[in-house]
Design a protein around this ligand. Structure first.
Ligand SMILES: NC(=O)c1ccc[n+]([C@@H]2O[C@H](COP(=O)([O-])OP(=O)(O)OC[C@H]3O[C@@H](n4cnc5c(N)ncnc54)[C@H](OP(=O)(O)O)[C@@H]3O)[C@@H](O)[C@H]2O)c1
Length: 333
């Protein structure tokens, strides 16, 4: 059987880690195009691939590739070549969903299967997006969009048909880190500056501190359980609505403040708010690099907790999707 043909859209932290995963392991896949915001590389020969690997290893941008062509787009490549699968690792776009939604539409129009790490397309347009791919019998893999590293999406899928009352979760590592710094005596401002400097937070920290990131993730989890709450309907209370003093006094009393994302399945509502938690609550024990998801159902609780991100782990989760795609489409060799 001949190899599958793939493209990679986005050559940042995740894209670079992914190219290392895909090229160094035997996946019966030929990556024939790689794209960033300004152009792309048409991978014609082994030498192009070797250079991509080199750039990825040294954390260098795609525009430094010798074969980089400005304004060369994946659409242009799709006109010349049939592509089986596109790996999408572009920045999220919480407010409009664009150009991400446009990219997904254009890929489905060209019958290209997708594996993505971008959570915003689904958070904004979960039902339409997945229906479109299903209707065309295309695969849309998105395990990396929520808690990349622990099987959050698989957990939700495995609970369909059960009486789930509520999901409560710590889904954002950055705010978790900021809160631990504030507990130790820093102001919010100092803690945010430190987390940007250490690359925990995005240059625009409101993505985390105003709850956009955890809201998008809980929105996707709600969709997985059959009642999608679109991103704009997820209530977001900013992290600093709780005072620095009360974070520290809670800590002294053995409690923890965490930024908790909730999906109230019965009330069909989702929200992200800072919460004071008892020390023995499993969510309170979530360390900065981890996420924790607590599912309240029937007469019990299910807990999933573990390390999520950074880019290398996210890339591995995209490979998990790729393995599923190959198995589902009988393209496993
Ligand atoms: N980092 C993680 O651990 C992690 C974990 C889970 C999910 N994610 C998600 O994964 C995605 C990628 O994250 P990242 O950390 O790799 O981001 P990043 O380092 O900022 O890289 C983004 C890449 O996308 C390219 N890009 C931007 N707009 C584009 C467009 N319209 N068309 C083609 N390429 C475009 C950028 O091009 P330039 O090089 O020209 O700027 C860059 O190469 C995000 O959606 C993020 O939320 C990340």
């Amino acid at each position: 059987m001949s190899n599958l043909k793939g493209i990679l859209i986005g050559f940042g932290n995740v894209g670079r880690a992914l190219i290392k995963e895909l090229v160094s392991t035997e996946h019966s896949l030929d990556i024939i195009g790689v794209f960033s915001s300004k152009g792309g590389v048409f991978v014609r020969e082994d030498e192009d691939l070797k250079t991509l690997l080199k750039l990825a290893t040294l954390d260098i941008k795609l525009k430094n590739h010798v074969s980089f062509k400005e304004n060369f787009t994946y659409q242009e490549l799709l006109e010349k070549q049939e592509i089986d699968v596109a790996f999408v690792s572009i920045p999220p776009s919480y407010r409009t969903g664009e150009p991400n939604l446009k990219i997904y539409r254009s890929l489905s129009k060209n019958n290209v299967n997708v594996i993505t790490a971008d959570k915003t397309g689904l958070a904004i347009n979960y039902n339409d997006l997945l229906e479109e791919y299903k209707r065309k019998d295309l695969f849309f893999g998105y395990r990396a969009t929520v808690a990349a590293g622990i099987p959050a999406i698989d957990l939700m899928r495995g609970l369909r048909g059960r009486q789930v009352e509520k999901i409560v979760a710590v889904l954002n590592a950055t705010t978790n880190y900021i809160l631990t710094l504030v507990e130790k005596g820093m102001s919010f401002e100092e803690a945010i500056k430190k987390s940007i400097k250490e690359k925990y937070a995005e240059p625009d920290p409101t993505v985390d501190t105003h709850g956009w990131d955890p809201a998008a993730k809980i929105s996707i989890l709600s969709g997985e359980l059959g009642t999608h709450i679109p991103l704009e309907k997820v209530e977001r209370i900013p992290l600093d609505s709780v005072s620095e003093e009360s974070i520290r006094s809670s800590f002294k009393e053995g409690k923890r403040v965490k930024y908790v994302a909730t999906f109230d399945v019965v009330g069909k509502k989702a929200f992200v708010r800072p919460h004071v938690l008892d020390a023995e609550d499993v969510l309170a024990k979530t360390v900065s690099t981890h996420n924790t998801i607590k599912v309240l159902l029937e007469d019990s609780e299910i807990i999933l907790s573990g390390p999520v991100g950074p880019a290398w782990r996210t890339a591995k989760v995209m490979v998990t999707d790729f393995i599923e795609y190959k198995a589902k489409t009988n393209k496993d060799t």
